[in-house]
Design a protein around this ligand. Structure first.
Ligand SMILES: Cc1ncc(COP(=O)(O)O)c(C=O)c1O
Length: 462
């Protein structure tokens, strides 16, 4: 049996046992149990029937908010389909341009700083245990001066973390269940899912493929992927990602100025996700704090994941300016600090050494080189689809290419591409109903894989 079929067997046997109908049929049980006619000195061990072993249920009710989530988080679902495809075609050379995980090695100037820090932990002088929950001072200072120079963001406005995704959920804990939220549609799924889990939303409405009580801000080619704010209802929180995952579009200075004004008019807080800011080619803001007045209405979260290949190392940060206040005048940063201290014990000291190396002159140069490599991949993918006559968006300011398949279901196109080319992409509708009819192709891949995938796309759609 191959390792994948072994895995499958173990998953299906344990999961079917786990999900077994737990109603116990006492009549059947009675038939299966053989009682000894008379006591004897030998004890016979009879295996407990499977159903009886797994029938126990606790008295804890399931979190109703988690129960509202649909199917599963998008990317595990794609991984599941990829695994199923491999089962069907064990010899297929599957290429993944799907989940958006980085593929290129971390530059050595960065890993050597992590190795040094790691070795120092074996010495009395170099050992350190728990660090500051908010991150090490030199790294906070380096983030402030590298990404927010002249923007009046100070070292203590920056909270170093184990990644932007984790910070999105910690921010949701700060906001609690009593707020309303808006998201770009389509958008990175963590905003909606964390909002559902926190109980900020209503039930999932299958007919419209939306959760109740979330404001979906439609972003389409027709509106240049920037929502028409005149039609957007007021919410407490506005999640906004630029450059955007999945559409690859980036908001202009004028658009972000409108967004900040909209938040001010409504007394809302913007959670601005700038995880791809270093991919920007156009002259658009790299940070929301480039917009005057943003510090009173915005938080920014970002990450080393896509800049330095830190998706596995884990390091990010969130900026919560002191000027940002709740309606009672209490600083949002103080509550965020409280949650960080309660739910998190600080980013790994080894990752932080890597982060500091990323922001040295050599580290910055090395990061730009890796980003440049992925941007070349993006160009190859864009040119491929354009040469096939597809309308293609994104790519210029983000490592994602948003390909339009008008009138078709995204999951159908995803399946067609996987079945016929063995290339994993991401169905646009997984990012919200506004993504229907699109497929996202990620530029994270080895060059040979990107070229091979594009060759297969050309064969399929010629
Ligand atoms: C828009 C966006 N924000 C955040 C993240 C997660 O970043 P991290 O690895 O820092 O948790 C991703 C990852 O794909 C992303 O696309």
């Amino acid at each position: 049996m191959s390792s994948s079929s072994l895995l499958q067997a173990s998953i299906s046997s344990s999961s079917s046992a786990f999900f077994a109908n737990t109603k116990i049929n006492f009549n059947n049980r009675a038939q299966n149990v053989s009682l000894p006619a008379k006591p004897v000195g030998v004890c016979t061990c009879v295996a407990t029937p499977q159903a009886e072993k797994t029938a126990f249920k606790t008295q804890v009710s399931r979190n109703v908010n988690i129960a509202k989530l649909q199917a599963g988080y998008l990317f595990p679902e794609i991984a599941r389909r990829r695994a199923a495809h491999l089962q069907k075609y064990p010899d297929a050379q599957v290429i993944s341009l799907g989940i958006g995980d980085t593929t290129e090695p971390i530059p050595e100037v960065i890993t050597s700083a992590m190795a040094k820090r790691s070795h120092a932990l074996s010495t009395l002088e170099g050992y350190s245990g728990y660090g500051a929950e908010q991150g090490e001072k030199p790294l906070r200072a380096a983030i402030a001066s590298t990404f927010y120079d002249n923007l009046d963001i100070e070292e203590d406005d920056i909270f170093v973390s184990d990644g932007a995704k984790c910070d999105i959920s910690r921010l949701q804990v700060v906001f609690g269940s009593n707020v309303t939220m808006a998201v770009q549609d389509p958008s990175y799924p963590a905003y909606v899912d964390s909002s559902v889990i926190m109980g900020q939303t209503g039930e999932y409405q299958k007919a419209v493929e939306k959760f109740g009580n979330i404001e979906y801000m439609r972003c389409t080619p027709e509106n240049g992927f920037f929502p028409d704010l005149r039609t957007v209802s007021r919410t407490d929180i506005i999640f906004f990602c630029s450059p955007n995952n999945p559409t690859g579009s980036a908001a202009t200075r004028e658009q972000l100025t409108q967004l900040v004004q909209f938040a001010k008019d409504n007394g809302s807080i913007i959670v601005y996700d700038s995880a791809y800011a270093m991919y920007m080619s156009d002259d658009n803001p790299r940070s929301i704090f480039e917009i005057p007045g943003a510090k009173e209405v915005a938080i920014e979260t970002s990450s080393f994941s896509k800049y330095a290949g830190f998706t596995g190392v884990r390091l990010g940060w969130t900026v919560v300016p002191k000027q940002l206040l709740f309606s009672d005048g209490f600083p949002v940063a103080k509550d965020f600090n409280r949650i960080v201290c309660t739910c998190f014990n600080g980013a790994s000291n080894i990752s932080q050494a890597g982060g500091l190396a990323c922001l040295s002159p050599e580290g910055l140069k090395a990061m730009h080189e890796v980003i440049g490599f992925y941007k070349e991949n993006t160009n190859i993918i864009v040119e491929t689809f354009e040469s096939l006559g597809f309308k293609v968006y994104g790519g210029k300011n983000a490592p994602y290419v948003w390909v339009h398949f008008p009138g078709r279901s995204s999951w159908d196109v995803f399946s067609e591409i996987l079945e016929k080319t063995h290339v994993v992409t991401t169905p646009g509708s997984g990012f919200g109903p506004g993504g229907e009819g699109f497929v996202r192709v990620s530029a994270f891949g080895h060059r040979s894989n990107v070229l091979e995938a594009c060759k297969r796309f050309k064969q399929l759609y010629k």
